[in-house]
Design a protein around this ligand. Structure first.
Ligand SMILES: Cc1cc2nc3c(=O)[nH]c(=O)nc-3n(C[C@H](O)[C@H](O)[C@H](O)COP(=O)(O)OP(=O)(O)OC[C@H]3O[C@@H](n4cnc5c(N)ncnc54)[C@H](O)[C@@H]3O)c2cc1C
Length: 484
């Protein structure tokens, strides 16, 4: 089978869906090729047993780490990508987080905050970002921390949740790490793909296997071959397969075409993988937790400038505790589980060229990542964990910490970073792969810096901008043709 479109987009997550929305609403014919299927509507995506204990919706794709040990990155292959599962904390990066920070090994963005700002605004509107009232348990903990250490600063937190979600307790308690059944979470599918218009076709269960070069000039991509052998052609191809997968498609293309020898950015493909230093902290208190959403504010600390403390949303902390208990002991564990308040501690990691995605033996993908390459980030994260743990203990909470391992790829970014210098980056400020004619990147792999907060809103904004500029260029073409 063979099809022809204006644009092909590989992947339907945050980046792919935002680009599809923008191009589709501009009238372009777009085909989105998505590896996964739509999620079931039978309630299973809200079932803690399936989602947390069995990991039923996670990828089973094996990877190798830097020591050749097999592990399974916690990737989600489904329509809407990871956004179906995300906690919907939708936050802007700060102005300074788009500039270089050599002391923390952070690369600069190719443009300043003011360039991204209109697209942040558009993304917030499309995803219906709103704030909820801070709930009482969190308010008490935040006030207690601030009393002991005035360097803590609470900050309001925008989330992509429907205003009425509190009327549906099952969803209000299960949004972070679960997929909404009733469209109460603002994900890429419900807010973007479903509203992209009739010219956008999403083909699920269609993993892109390789890119087709133009026979006359491999700097021009003609289309995509899917795993089932179908071929799809377009004027422009956009990579949105995610941080672990887009660089593999580009690696394959560079090898097949031998462009790797001449493309200035080829050696940068796959490098600068980032994932945030992440630790889950469960704080066990005397009283059962009464907050419902839990995720209503975040905490910053003046002496930990690359870090933030968020809460785990809904009753995820309770579900995590219950998941550790054997089935027969679950009822006995429940009273303890209900007393756990969940925190998610994150520190921006810098960019190191050796932290990267590459091909291991036999084509098995490899993620070479070592925190020792980023001592500043790792040091600040350890201080964050120590500081918060000690202060919670003084407030009467028993802290239990769990560092997120390499398989925890929720906040993955980098691997095809944007920049002005092709010898330090892969795509330019427009999202075009340096030296290529019509190949663009719209997912989280472009992030040169990942900031102290979650990445999704910035990925949505980046993709809207890339697609906006593509749509504008295309719009002037017919007029040019008439003039000619
Ligand atoms: C549990 C969880 C909680 C999170 N919470 C938050 C949060 O609160 N706030 C926040 O900002 N971020 C959060 N994130 C992170 C956020 O979801 C991601 O940063 C974001 O979705 C990444 O967008 P993306 O477009 O780069 O990739 P993805 O969303 O991963 O999309 C990539 C898509 O490409 C598809 N694909 C892969 N390979 C191929 C191929 N060969 N062919 C075709 N399709 C392919 C995948 O199936 C997927 O649909 C969370 C993530 C998780 C997992």
């Amino acid at each position: 089978m063979s099809t022809t479109h204006d644009y092909l987009i590989i992947g339907s997550g945050a980046g792919g869906a935002a680009a599809a929305y923008r191009l589709g609403t501009a009238g372009a014919r777009v085909l989105v090729l998505e590896k996964g299927d739509p999620l079931p509507k039978d309630g299973s995506t809200l079932d803690p047993d399936l989602v947390i204990r069995q990991g039923a919706f996670l990828s089973r794709e094996p990877w190798l780490d830097r020591n050749d040990q097999t592990f399974y990155p916690e990737e989600h292959f489904n329509r809407g990508g990871k956004t179906k599962w995300y906690g919907a904390a939708l936050l802007r990066f700060d102005h300074a987080e788009l500039t270089a920070d050599p002391g923390h090994d952070c690369l600069p963005w190719p443009f300043g905050y003011e360039v991204l700002e209109p697209y942040y605004r558009e993304a917030e509107a499309l995803l219906r970002v709103r704030q909820f009232q801070v709930e009482s348990d969190f308010a008490r903990i935040a006030a207690g921390l601030a009393r002991r250490d005035p360097a803590w600063r609470p900050r309001t937190l925008g989330v992509g949740l429907a205003e009425g979600i509190l009327n549906t307790p099952e969803e209000a308690r299960h949004f972070d790490g679960f997929a909404s059944l009733r469209g109460l979470k603002s994900d890429a599918e419900t807010c973007l793909l479903d509203r992209a218009g009739p010219t956008v076709e999403v083909r699920t269960g269609s993993p892109a296997a390789s890119l087709i070069p133009d026979p006359g000039d491999p700097r021009r991509v003609r289309g995509v071959v899917c795993a089932d052998g179908s071929q799809h052609r377009a004027e422009t191809v956009l990579l949105g397969a995610g941080v672990l997968h887009s660089p593999r498609l580009l690696h394959g293309y560079l090898d097949d075409t031998r462009l790797g020898d001449s493309l200035p950015c080829a050696a940068q493909v796959g490098r600068y993988y980032k994932c945030h230093a992440l630790t889950a902290l469960l704080a066990f208190g005397h009283r059962p937790v009464r907050d419902v959403l839990c995720k209503t504010a975040l905490l910053l600390h003046d002496s930990l400038p690359h870090s933030s403390v968020q809460t785990l949303g809904g009753n995820l902390a309770e579900e995590i505790v219950l998941a550790q208990a054997p089935r027969l002991a679950r009822a006995a564990t429940a009273p303890v589980a209900r007393r756990a308040y969940g925190f998610f501690l994150q520190t921006e990691d810098g960019s190191h060229p050796d932290n990267r995605v590459l091909r291991g033996p036999g084509g098995t993908p490899r993620l070479d990542h070592d925190w020792a390459r980023l001592p500043q980030a790792w040091g600040e994260h350890r201080r964050l964990v120590r500081t918060l743990s000690a202060q919670l203990l003084k407030l009467g909470y028993l802290p239990v910490v769990k560092p997120i391992p390499l398989a925890g790829t929720a906040h993955a970014c980098g691997t095809l970073v944007a920049g002005v210098d092709p010898s330090r980056s892969v795509v330019d400020a427009e999202g075009r792969v340096h030296g290529m004619d019509n190949l663009f990147v719209v997912d989280g792999s472009i992030l040169p810096r990942s900031s102290r907060v979650n990445p999704a809103l910035t990925i949505f904004a980046w993709a809207l901008r890339v697609a906006d500029r593509l749509a504008a260029t295309r719009a002037v073409r017919p007029a040019e043709r008439v003039a000619a």
